[in-house]
Design a protein around this ligand. Sequence first.
Ligand SMILES: [Zn+2]
Length: 411
Amino acid sequence: MKRLVWLAMLSLGCSGQVDSPVAMPVPGRDDVLVTEYRAHVAGGLSDPVEMNFSDGTGAVVLEISGSRGQYRVAQMVTPDGVDLIENGGWMTRDARERPGLVDWLYPNSPSLKLVPGGYRLRFTALDSTGAPVDDDPTVRVYQRKLPAPEAGGKLHVDLLVADDALAAADVDLVAGQMMSLVSQLYAQVHVTVDDYTSQVVPLGGSDLSLDGGASTALLDVTARAIDHARTGAIRVLLVRSLSDGGNPTAGYALGLPGSVDLTRPTAAVLVATSSFVSPADGSLDVSGLAVTCAHEIGHYLGLYHTVERDGREHDPIADTADDDTSNIMYWTGGSTRHRLSDGQGAVMRLHPLVEATAPVTACDPGCTPPLTCAVAAGATQCLRACDPGDPTTCTDGAECKLSDDGVYVCF
Ligand SMILES: [Zn+2]
């Protein structure tokens, strides 16, 4: 009897799926389906996983969860027979692989379009020393319906504040300021923070070391914190400090992209408050906190740095300029980062945690340059665009401020 079962398992492993798995709706969402496949990994390489992406799918998040492996995509063949990895079209580097769990978003560039049909995935599984492993992970495919052209997006955020992260500051006040600034920054790509909650969570100390994001202590603290969060909300965990290899780090996304399953211990982005406290008077730079928060959620939604520190590795998005230090996804910088490109917005709106909203009507285009259309003080106005780093642009007592729809204008 034992032998028969073993043989049955073997044949399942070799031939891929015997029965096609069924796509199930994700609770609370009629635009996201999840399908679960079993995969078999021997000697560090998976058998082919044959997947089907149905008509009308705009994007997929693939999640591999297993026991030991650090997983990388080896092959992803489209219905047209193109290997997306071999042809370089699909970027999956630095997808925050950690033992036993990774997510990938496809497509993550506006120049790639998902074609419905049969796909073949193969992936590698190595341990932390780089040695190949045997494993039987689960592959989940979240299919997200293609949003209507010009649709906007909305997201829900839970701000979890470690009990030692904000000292004497008013948590509700800081949370409100942060979230309204994140919403303003995202408005330029038609994404809004639809609602948020904030709460203090007892963690017993939140000076955390990243160890490349794989530290068990870090994941343990994160798992305890996100226990307090809602389902369906992206989690931002404010901690006191983060360090990586002894260097202070302002923020870190545990996923690039982050998982759709919010019960995963990696379903959070971390932002360190100590990076934003003035050494002179102890005041808190809430704008800096908010921009870092917007940056880390950007990673969670599938965005890479426009350019990495080495100046050579770029994101796969055509309309981001490498030398634009004002882009929110530039690899470093403070609260002066404020721009997102249309291409970045298109990628963000494909992540299943961003819900589609009605098409966004363009700001009234009837302004004559140098005036530009912006929503400020509750009204659509023609205002002068400005650079927040250059205070001389605005005259007559006006200040260079972020409008409600995310552009810097004088008002
Ligand atoms: Zn980053």
